[in-house]
Design a protein around this ligand. Sequence first.
Ligand code: SAM
Length: 239
Amino acid sequence: MQHYFGTIVSGKAILEGNQAHHLLHVKRANKGEKIEVTDSGTSYLCMIEEIEPLSILVLEQIQTRRELDIHLTLAFAALKGDHNDLIVLKGTELGVDTFIPFLSNRCIVKPTSPEDNKILRYRKIAVEGAKQCRREAIPSVTSYKELEDVLSSDAEIKLFAYEEMSGGSDTIISACKNMKKGQTVLLVVGPEGGFSHEEARLALDYDFTLVSLGKRILRAETAAIFGASVIAALSEEEG
Ligand code: SAM
């Protein structure tokens, strides 16, 4: 069943932006077809009652909640090529609600502006990913931040994936053992060249826990997706 974001007004669903176009001309939906529409975090089962003009009737509210019970922010270093696309798409499916692309000492790419075309592309990927996995919310993607701005976060659980910790006992799992519903969790993952010792020390100064993601050194995108997976799974386990 197709999933869209829109507004529910007097028992009708109004799709946002180009979603009506997508429904009619890409998906070629028919009268009588059922779709899901999410409005401000609540999803509804709807039925297309007319195609021209488009009229979508709300049938019932859908009870299942697909958002995580924690607020997960994933901060990832700007990577070469389209590796960040994968982080945003997979992170969206995993329940991340905020993405923060950042620049750190060893980033190979140096974006020229805080909001380049890549950032706009990540936001599109987040919408498509949220639709595909039928989430009630679309994750936000901030503009590029400097690492120190990311580290000054007031998240309740602050995790800094540090490759020098790999294989150590301070694992991401042990760092999340007291995670509770409703908490804000921030995971920071470095670039291809990793983090410097100074950056790791700065993270400690900002009360981050330096964590291992296991014995192997993962590619940055693998590390981000793995870390988000573990946190999401533990949060749903805790639920
Ligand atoms: N250039 C680094 C090296 O050779 O040691 C590897 C950096 S890794 C490709 C990119 C990022 O993924 C790291 O900065 C870290 O945030 C994370 N990462 C990868 N493997 C990790 C591990 N086993 N433990 C903790 N963090 C890891």
